[in-house]
Design a protein around this ligand. Structure first.
Ligand code: GLN
Length: 535
């Protein structure tokens, strides 16, 4: 097994996760099996309860782990299937160590950052390496070199490299080379200082990935090479992508990062053939047609909160050679200004997942607008619940129907908690999380899109469709096309021809399983419907 460690310098938000994922793509195209993991130096045990404003989307894995959105990049850019083992936070390490200390496992010894915390980190690297058949393990260290909280991780990977042999390890440092407009120059000093900080700890990077808005000249590369003690061919340029994040693997290939890596790690593999990938990128960048999709949500200020959804729209668009312009529409503005003003001219309406009351009435109005004017509608998780409430109110005439999440005393709780959930108090504990099977009903839209009768999709929610209303709604034209075989829960609803057009809501999150050349069937169907709605 070979180990690649990716650290970051100068500032955060350099796209380290994306770079690690893109490198994974490139190595997979050379026939290598890749696993990727992320270390997060913060003290939260998992990002599940973190605010999406601050942290972006919570990405959910098959096993129900709630992780950092970088793991979404890893799964989209490679074939690796991740588990909760692939995202380690300082909080988890301390939780483990303190539990061991309380149990008396340390036999009265002083418990310290070195060696106890560092040992725990190294143990985790070995566990992940052993957990899957792979040739390469890429580990991204969150945060920026020089952060106090990142130090134990850097110390641990330094020790780890010694233990497994330096010939099996490749250190990559992602850094910033800023362009200073008044001077008209690229500046290398921040990179020099960041590398010096790494060297202080004892890590000498084998390659520097230089994030920059301008190309690096020969002189700049030589300067970085000399001051940072890396060969000039290991100074890799990664420009701000002009159009799409999916260009990054192609950029890294152009800079021959994969050649360098394979040479140093003595991996004798043929060159990466990227034609299918390049073709996909072409369809993303220069599509032949275009649709506009309204994403009616709450966290509209911050793009990252719906990251996987935007990516899934892009994948589905590329499949149809169609650009997808996602327009964020604030649900509260619909409450204020009405649906027509905000949604006219849209080719499709998507209501994403969410928690809490704010904006829900606006989302219900958006669903009503979609149904009435037969605009394609895709509801994800909360978006499905919204569709059910809308139907209950406007088709079934249950004027006060609601989810008990928003109105505990509603006379018609069409969305509610299951009996067994009502006693759970700890935050997060009552959620239905991770992959659950779902059986599709023959002859429905969902069944024809998936072309399977049994599927598995990822969940992250508490409330469910209330089966007491199922029979009644079915008679009124709602189609229940996906049912959980384990406990008879509703997973997918559609509108029959009498009550709506292309209109589908799912209780799960399909956006977590879409990939560049494998768009998710529901997104594929949604974009196709939007295209025909436009024509
Ligand atoms: N708030 C809803 C629930 O808990 C929906 C959650 C979601 O959209 N992820 O059931």
């Amino acid at each position: 097994m070979k180990y690649i460690f990716v650290t970051g310098g100068v500032i955060s938000s350099l796209g380290k996760g994306l770079t690690a994922a893109a490198l994974g793509t490139l190595l997979e195209h050379r026939g290598l099996r890749v696993v990727i993991q992320k270390f997060d130096p913060y003290l939260n045990v998992d990002p599940g309860t973190m605010n999406p404003y601050q942290h972006g989307e919570v990405y959910v894995l098959d096993d129900g782990a709630e992780t950092d959105l970088d793991l979404g990049h890893y799964e989209r850019f490679t074939h690796c299937r991740l588990t909760r083992m692939n995202n380690l936070t300082s909080g988890q390490i301390y939780e483990t160590i303190i539990a061991q200390e309380r149990r008396g496992d340390y036999l009265g010894k002083t418990v310290q950052v070195v060696p106890h915390v560092t040992d725990e980190i190294k143990k985790r690297i070995r566990l992940v390496a052993a957990s899957q058949p792979a040739d390469i393990l890429i580990t991204e260290i969150g945060g920026t070199t020089g952060d106090i909280e990142g130090l134990p991780f850097l110390e641990a990977i330094r020790q780890f490299a010694l233990e497994v042999g330096m010939e099996n390890v490749f250190f990559i440092h992602v850094t910033l080379v800023p362009y200073i407009h008044v001077a008209g120059e690229l500046k290398t000093k921040p990179t020099q200082q960041s590398v010096a900080k790494l060297r202080e700890i004892g890590i000498i990077p084998h390659a520097l990935i230089c994030r920059s808005e301008r190309p690096l000249s020969r002189e700049v590369r030589q300067k970085i090479s000399m001051f940072c003690n890396v060969p000039v061919e290991a100074v890799i340029e990664e420009l701000d992508v002009a159009h799409s994040i999916y260009e990054v693997p192609l950029m890294l290939q152009k800079e021959k990062l994969d050649d360098l890596l394979c040479r140093r790690l003595r991996l004798n593999r043929p060159h990466a053939r990227m034609s299918a990938w390049r073709n996909f990128v072409r369809r993303v960048i220069q599509p032949r047609r275009c649709v506009t999709i309204a994403v009616v949500g709450k966290y509209v200020e911050l793009r990252d909160a719906y990251k996987s959804i935007y990516e899934s729209l892009t994948h589905a668009g590329a499949y149809h050679d169609c650009g997808v312009k996602a327009v964020n529409v604030d649900a509260e503005e619909i409450e204020r200004d009405g649906a027509a003003r905000k949604l006219k001219g849209m080719d499709g309406i998507l209501v994403p997942g969410g928690f809490g009351n704010r904006g829900t009435e606006g989302k219900i109005t958006a669903a009503a607008y979609a149904r009435k004017f037969r605009k394609p509608y895709l509801g994800l998780c909360l978006g499905m619940q919204i569709a059910v409430i809308e139907f209950a109110r406007h088709v079934a005439g249950l004027r006060k129907a609601n989810s008990t999440e928003f109105d505990e005393k509603t006379p018609d709780p069409v969305i509610s908690l299951l009996e067994e959930q009502k006693t759970v108090v700890q935050k997060g504990a009552s959620m239905r999380l991770g992959s659950w099977p779902c059986k599709l009903v023959k002859g429905t839209r969902a069944a024809s899109l998936y072309r399977h009768s049994m599927i598995s999709e990822r969940h992250r929610h508490r409330y469910e469709f209330n089966n007491a209303y199922r029979h009644h709604f079915e008679k009124l034209g709602m189609v229940f096309s996906g049912i959980s075989p384990r406990n008879d829960l509703v997973e997918i609803v559609e509108m029959g021809p009498a009550v709506g057009g292309w209109f589908l809501g799912c209780q799960f999150h399909p956006e977590f399983q879409s990939k560049p050349n494998h768009p998710h069937p529901l997104f594929r169907g949604f974009i196709e419907a939007a295209l025909s709605a436009k024509q």
